[in-house]
Design a binder for this molecule. Structure first.
Ligand code: FES
Length: 576
């Protein structure tokens, strides 16, 4: 059990005994109508809720929390819900990623400072999953993730449309004159027609899959639609299970092992997961002191075929994925091929193999056999060279095969505003072989590393029917986006990385097979440019100042340097 030296649970440091402080802790809690026996030493479970009406993907979480509470009560525990800052990807500016680390601190301190023995993390929209798991990992109490589930499939004019992915398609169609503004507006309501998060294999679905693959969520966590009654069952089962986990002292550090991260990296390749998953898993691993590097992503994920045919890489959506059998089918296939560590323990109390061995596939178009993949080598390619000494990433399953080996002239944008000013200029001088280069959108440069890496193409090329060209930046891109987009270039331009030195007309060479990203400019010339480079000014104060001073580069997970590691869950000093 997660217990104190006297054998009682940590919550008893607040509620056990008859002292003046215990009176204070118990009396004020009893204003919620609690009977005496709530404080008799049974497990106290925190439900960390990211509910917010400004985070539409998580706006249904009050009901989900109630289901968790029922499960906790059924198992003999008591549940208390607490809020943390909620990060809504679609609304938050400048980018939700700017606040991921801030929320992780909110979560860590909320758990440690309160009478909590175990915690259920309610997550949904992109950043809510990594931020909660990072914070909980630094506390290392028994913890279980319950994702809110994806929205139902979008439907527009008889066609299936997917969150994000179809927005990018439609906006390019408008720019190319193939779609009217009236149709564009009509599509809004057709895309988001139920509670839940993005139903493509974007970052939210990727992270919901990652927590299931890591073993910190129950089987089927990733795909059950938000409005399917079975999502409520999953939440209830998680409530029951967290009480048992407290009794078993099954803490996060016992689940989040090196083997678990290796499993997740492979599953990411199999589902064609978002490049954002790379940054988040690196950050989570850092919190539990597991050594996972960018090279592990390339090495472990390289030969994993993408077998899930979901947008943005493929055709289907999360609802279809669940009806086809969901993530357990994918994990069973990987395990049978020897690509998973099958004997490691998960929060279900069973091993990976015990969780998935009976999983059945009901639609082999949605979840293909390993022998007939959507993309033979899925995963994430990590490119290196004089342009990205610490690495840059590309998702081959979302890229155009003919651009994976390419040499072209750079068209450079100093920041995203410069891109917007220039991209419609008929004298831009871009052709389909050009490489669009965007600077100053990395962790420190934006700040917060916005999802602007999938820059729209110049209208003149769109009108000629060109739908993809190479784009290169230190930014991220939405997991719902696609294209031959090289991201997370490290070190970023804003700290003087080589990306800062690229000029219009420079020749850039890319060879994904050989993992090369090379700027064909003589070192002497680069040195001259380096000496002339002026670092951008930092924000004058506030949280953004702290962020810029302490954020690490993308290849290290973009966490704050002072947050790495587990600080444990020892009971803090009394407050009175
Ligand atoms: Fe919330 Fe996509 S905007 S998951």
């Amino acid at each position: 059990m997660t217990e104190q030296s006297n054998g009682s649970l940590r919550s008893q440091a607040w509620f056990g005994g008859t002292s003046r402080d215990v009176f204070i802790h118990r009396s004020w809690m009893r204003n919620q109508g609690l009977p005496d026996d709530v404080f008799d030493g049974r497990p106290i479970i925190g439900i960390c809720n990211t509910y917010s009406e400004l985070t539409p993907c998580n706006a249904h979480f009050r009901g989900l929390a109630d289901k968790v509470k029922q499960g906790v009560l059924q198992a003999g525990g008591v549940a208390f819900e607490f809020p943390v800052m909620s990060l809504g990807e679609s609304n938050l500016r400048p980018t939700a990623m700017l606040f991921r680390n801030l929320v992780s601190m909110d979560v860590e301190e909320s758990i440690r400072g309160n009478p909590i023995d175990g915690v259920v993390l309610l997550t949904g929209c992109d950043k809510t999953t990594p931020s909660l798991l990072m914070g909980a990992a630094s506390c290392d109490l028994p913890s279980i993730v319950v994702s809110g589930g994806p929205m139902l499939n979008g439907r527009f004019k008889g066609q299936t449309i997917g969150s994000g992915t179809s927005v990018w398609q439609f906006s390019e169609a408008v720019r190319a004159g193939q779609m009217t503004m009236c149709e564009f507006s009509e599509a809004e309501a057709c895309m988001s027609r139920s509670a839940g998060h993005c139903m493509t294999m974007g970052t939210a679905s990727t992270m919901a899959s990652m927590v299931e693959a890591l073993g910190v969520a129950l089987p089927h966590n990733a795909a059950i639609p938000a409005v399917d009654s079975r999502r409520g069952v999953l939440a209830q089962m998680a409530g029951r299970r967290i009480v048992e986990m407290v009794r078993e002292d099954l803490r996060l550090s016992k689940i989040l092992t090196r083997e678990a991260f290796e499993n997740a990296i492979r599953v990411n390749g199999a589902v064609g997961g978002s490049t954002n998953g790379v940054i988040h898993l690196l950050a989570i691993a850092g919190r539990v002191g597991v050594n996972v590097s960018l090279d592990d992503w390339d090495k472990l994920g390289r030969d994993v075929p993408t077998i899930v045919d979901l947008m943005p890489s493929g055709r289907f959506l999360m609802e279809d994925f669940y009806y086809a059998g969901g993530l357990p089918v994918v994990m069973r296939r990987l395990a049978e091929a020897g690509l998973l560590h099958s004997s490691i323990k998960t929060v279900s109390g069973s091993t990976v193999w015990e969780n998935v061995r009976n999983a059945e596939c009901y639609n082999s178009e949605v979840i293909r056999p390993l022998s007939k993949p959507l993309v033979r080598s899925g995963g994430v390619a990590v490119l290196r060279g004089n342009l990205a000494p610490d690495g840059a990433v590309l998702k081959p399953s979302a890229a155009s095969p003919h651009l994976l080996k390419h040499t072209g002239k750079a068209i450079v944008f100093e920041n995203i505003e410069h891109y917007h000013e220039r991209i419609n200029d008929p004298d831009l001088g871009a052709d389909e072989d050009s490489i669009l280069v965007l600077k100053n959108c990395g962790p420190r440069g934006y700040p917060g590393m916005a999802e602007v890496g999938n820059m729209g193409l110049p209208p003149a090329l769109l009108k000629r029917g060109i739908t993809d060209m190479i784009r290169l930046s230190d930014a991220r891109m939405s997991g719902t986006a696609y294209g031959t987009v090289i991201l997370h270039c490290a070190p970023e331009a804003a700290v003087g990385g080589p990306l800062a030195l690229v000029h219009d007309g420079d020749i850039i060479e890319i060879d994904v097979e050989k993992r090369i990203l090379h700027l064909r400019v003589e070192e002497e010339e680069l040195e001259r440019r380096r000496r002339a480079w002026v670092p951008p000014e930092l924000p004058s104060g506030g949280y953004q100042r702290l962020y810029c001073e302490r954020v690490m580069q993308a290849n290290l997970g973009a966490d704050f340097d002072f947050l790495i590691g587990t600080r444990g869950h020892a009971v803090p000093r009394p407050s009175h």
